[in-house]
Design a protein around this ligand. Structure first.
Ligand SMILES: Cc1cc2nc3c(=O)[nH]c(=O)nc-3n(C[C@H](O)[C@H](O)[C@H](O)COP(=O)(O)OP(=O)(O)OC[C@H]3O[C@@H](n4cnc5c(N)ncnc54)[C@H](O)[C@@H]3O)c2cc1C
Length: 505
């Protein structure tokens, strides 16, 4: 926990917010505020009713950029910590309120789709629009954003942009950073900034990237303009291959992508990970999934290249129908989240993930290094019920590895993160950095990879740190997120001074 900096006490903060926005836009219910103090990272403790971060002073639900500006000005003037939020699906502690008497700004009432422009091929919507709703509207008109993260039913545009999210069709459409044309954001001093919509410009550095990925640590995103593309569902072709060797599977993806082909879905699963998705159909092998889509001749050419590379190196195939059904059921809405909670309570068992990126040269070595270290060094490896990885987003220069680890919990709920998730996550992060990769591919740094932010950026940390000093000089924006907060040691009671779990691994 970080001590409160503000001179105002809790009730003065609450009264001030009610005066600014009116009582209807300010939530003070203690149960709701406790729910808002944590994100999915604490899922096991949360299902057991343990809420360890300080409970926020209030949640505000602004309905205009001007109201966001008023709240941020108030917070700046009185040094009150602020945590932005939209869909609440963040996984890395970015929503946790580690400072006492924090204000949560919930953007989900900024939920209007403002304009679909079929000539300049872009859509403008407010930060609280759910991606699923936006996609449903666009597809009905023959368009798509091309963005399809697994959390699409719940995640909203503000959070999707703030975390540099990425979706299942990324190899064709890119990550959110490739999709944002322009946006509106509010900074802590109340400045409302609109970065205009142009196809490209050479007017200095690309300032969109100050906002995209800021995780609520620099500003509050209120409006986003995204590219749109024609939607061609009838042209999609689905491919599934079974391979004996994970490194051969990864190399097949490399050959395909570096040759210039852009399958929308482009994935390779190691055998344990493949089993959880495809059961016995995976036959204990690695599974490669590819989808060719777009205008018919392009989808056809991509399909031909896929066959040319993967048919000779695969041992067997998955039917196109199996792949299409699997993809249709991949996304997570509230129903799956509720079912996961019930299972955790009943079976004391859960799964986590850590996603990193790496150049093609070192991808197979990273996989082996992580699995080897976990098997050798993780003291509770006997409790692991799944340990594997997949590559799900590929680029000209490399790919991501999304490590998955499930375990049965033999400790008190409160100790689960420290005993299991923290040491496993640390091994993956350390190995990615050691081999020259990035410690985080798409979930954001949040609060729990912040101990490694400086090492991640090296000499470029100068630039990142400068952004925080320039735009949030009072340090009111989401303390502890991206930038480590002084005095923040929870939930690593055994951590050394860098925040790492040195005593455990
Ligand atoms: C089941 C599941 C599947 C997932 N699958 C994917 C996936 O495929 N790809 C992927 O990239 N991620 C995935 N995620 C992670 C998560 O969905 C993404 O990070 C998503 O972008 C978060 O959006 P949100 O609206 O829920 O944001 P929130 O959870 O509300 O917030 C996330 C972060 O963004 C900040 N933030 C939120 N709104 C704003 C705003 N308006 N202005 C400034 N900062 C803001 C918050 O402070 C926080 O740090 C998944 C999560 C779950 C639970």
């Amino acid at each position: 926990m970080v001590s409160r900096q503000s001179a105002l006490d809790r009730s003065e903060i609450q009264d001030g917010l009610v005066t600014l926005l009116g009582a209807e836009r300010v939530g003070l219910d203690p149960g709701e505020l406790r729910e808002l103090s944590a994100d999915r990272y604490r899922k096991y403790a949360t299902v057991h009713g343990i809420y360890e971060p300080p409970v926020p002073a209030a949640v505000v639900r602004p309905q205009s950029a001007g109201e966001v500006a008023a709240v941020l000005r108030f917070a700046s003037e009185h040094l009150v910590n602020v945590v932005p939020r939209t869909g609440g699906t963040g996984t890395e502690g970015g929503l946790e309120t580690i400072v006492e008497d924090t204000i949560v700004i919930d953007g989900s009432r900024l939920d209007r789709i403002l304009e679909v422009d079929p000539i300049d091929m872009q859509v403008t919507a407010q930060c609280g629009v759910r991606l699923q709703g936006l996609e449903d509207l666009l597809r009905a008109q023959g368009f798509t954003t091309g963005h399809s993260p697994q959390s699409k039913p719940l995640a909203q545009l503000g959070g999707l942009v703030a975390t540099r999210s990425i979706g299942q069709f990324s190899t064709l459409y890119g990550g959110i950073e490739d999709m944002v044309v322009g946006l509106e954001a509010v900074f802590p001093d109340g400045t409302i900034t609109r970065i205009k919509n142009v196809p490209r410009r050479a007017a200095g550095p690309d300032i969109r990237h100050v906002v995209i990925g800021n995780e609520g640590a620099l500003c509050f995103i209120t409006e986003v303009t995204l590219k749109i593309f024609p939607y061609y569902p009838d042209n999609s072709r689905y491919f599934g291959f079974l391979l004996d060797d994970f490194s051969v599977a990864i190399d097949g993806l490399r050959q395909l992508v570096t040759a210039g082909y852009r399958p929308s879905v482009c994935r390779a699963y190691s055998p344990p990970d493949a089993r959880q998705h495809f059961g016995d159909l995976a036959q204990g092998k690695n599974v490669v999934i590819l989808v060719a889509e777009g205008p018919a001749p392009l989808a056809e050419a991509t399909g031909t290249a896929i066959e040319g590379i993967f048919s000779p190196i695969s041992a067997a195939r998955l039917g196109a129908g199996v792949v299409a059904d699997w993809l249709d059921n991949l996304n997570w809405g509230q129903d799956k989240i509720d079912a996961e909670k019930a299972t955790m309570l009943r079976e004391h068992h859960l799964g986590y993930t850590t996603e990193v990126s790496i150049g093609w040269k070192n991808a197979a070595e990273l996989y082996g290094a992580v699995i080897g270290r976990i098997r050798r060094e993780f003291p509770r490896s006997g409790d692991l019920t799944l340990l594997g990885a997949h590559s799900s987003h590929s680029y000209q220069t490399g790919t991501n590895l999304y490590f998955v680890y499930d375990y049965s919990i033999a400790t008190e709920p409160r100790d689960e993160m420290r005993e299991y998730h923290v040491p496993l996550n640390a091994i993956i992060v350390e190995e990615a950095l050691r081999l020259g990769g990035s410690m985080v591919h798409h979930h954001g740094i949040g609060k729990y990879r912040a101990p490694w932010t400086e090492e991640e950026h090296g000499s470029a940390y100068y630039l990142l740190r400068g952004l925080k000093e320039q735009f949030d000089p009072s340090g009111i924006m989401n303390a502890g997120t991206i930038f480590p907060a002084e005095g923040f040691t929870d939930p690593y009671p055994d951590a050394d001074k860098t925040g790492r779990c040195g005593g455990v691994i």
